[in-house]
Design a protein around this ligand. Structure first.
Ligand code: PMV
Length: 311
């Protein structure tokens, strides 16, 4: 049996995080500068599936992984989908350059890479639609009540206009644009922040429904601007979205500091991206200013910056 490898990119949410959990539209794009990779190799003389993920200190047989382990769940769901109960002896090697719990889709990318590599290795590469469905099931371990946006953008590796529970809609990019992604270095598990937003929503439903609707309106306007190539109107929309996320209680002093530093350095707009309270922010920049703004973010405390072109 020949070895089989698969990879999946990171992602950022451009507009609509959190509100997307409550049925509002959101926009997300892949970030190809970072990726997760999975390689399956036959292990003659071995037994079952062995998993090696040195970055997370994982070296275990599948049978020993607890049911709530995300890697184990991705493997078990894939075997189940293929109707395979006794897989051939093999080793699964997992690696990733996507920072963990930072809003860059690390969990979803690892799941997608595993599902593709394992199904391909076993001779039945699953179609994207099924990869996406299985990765969504794994996301429930990471996020509790995920909207499905992470697994969707990572599976299809293209910009998406996403509404929970609806078929994927392509987001056409009328004119390319450049983003600088700045990492606060603060680890912030999405499930905790999503849970806190739910509590706040339950305490003040009217207020939060209003916030969610405003985020949805911004995402819809942004999608139109992106499709028409009206890039300059995206900056103010990012700033507005950040302000609502602040009111929802999902920003942090580190995120606000980087957002402010980007704007002061000449970004057209900036906001947090993903679950918030840590992780990453994004800034829309003129392409020739990207390096300078990335440097300003590092000076303001970003532990890593990525410059990415959309479209
Ligand atoms: O994985 P993250 O941190 O990019 O967050 C996902 C975005 C949320 O809207 C906060 C949650 C979700 O399931 O959509």
């Amino acid at each position: 049996m020949p070895a089989y490898s698969a990879s999946a990119p990171g992602k950022i949410i451009l507009f609509g995080e959190h509100a997307v959990v409550y049925g509002q539209p959101a926009l997300a794009v892949p970030v190809r500068q970072v990726e997760a990779k999975a390689i399956l190799r036959a292990q003659p003389g071995g037994e079952g599936i062995n998993i090696l993920a040195p970055e997370i200190f994982l070296n275990s047989a599948l049978a020993e992984l607890p049911l709530e382990d995300a890697v184990g769940k991705a493997i078990r769901l894939t075997l189940e989908a293929l109707g395979i109960t006794a897989p051939p002896a093999c080793t699964l090697l997992i690696s990733s350059t996507i920072p963990l719990a930072a809003g860059l889709g690390s969990g979803a990318a690892v799941s997608v890479a595993i599902i593709r590599a394992l199904s391909g290795f076993l001779g039945h590469l699953l179609p994207d639609e099924q990869v996406n469905e299985l990765a969504f099931e794994v996301e429930k371990l990471h996020h509790g009540t995920p909207s499905g946006i992470d697994n969707t953008v990572v599976t299809y590796a293209r910009p998406v206009y996403f509404i929970k529970g609806e078929p994927i809609q392509k987001l056409e990019i009328g004119h390319p644009f450049t983003l600088v992604v700045g990492d606060t270095g603060v680890v912030s598990p999405t499930a905790k922040v999503v849970g806190d937003v739910r509590l706040a929503y339950q305490a003040e439903p009217g207020l939060f429904e209003n916030y969610f609707a405003m985020c949805g309106g911004i995402a819809t306007n942004a999608a139109l601007s992106i499709q028409k190539g009206r890039i300059s109107s995206l900056g103010p929309l990012m700033n507005d979205n950040h302000e609502i996320l602040q009111k929802m209680g999902v920003s942090s002093s580190e995120l606000d500091q980087l957002v402010l530093a980007a704007r002061e350095a000449g970004a057209l707009g900036a906001k947090l991206s993903g679950g918030g309270r840590g992780g990453n922010m994004i800034a829309l920049v003129e392409p020739d200013r990207a390096d300078q703004i990335a440097q300003s973010l590092q000076d303001a405390g970003a532990v890593r910056t990525i410059i990415t072109r959309v479209g």
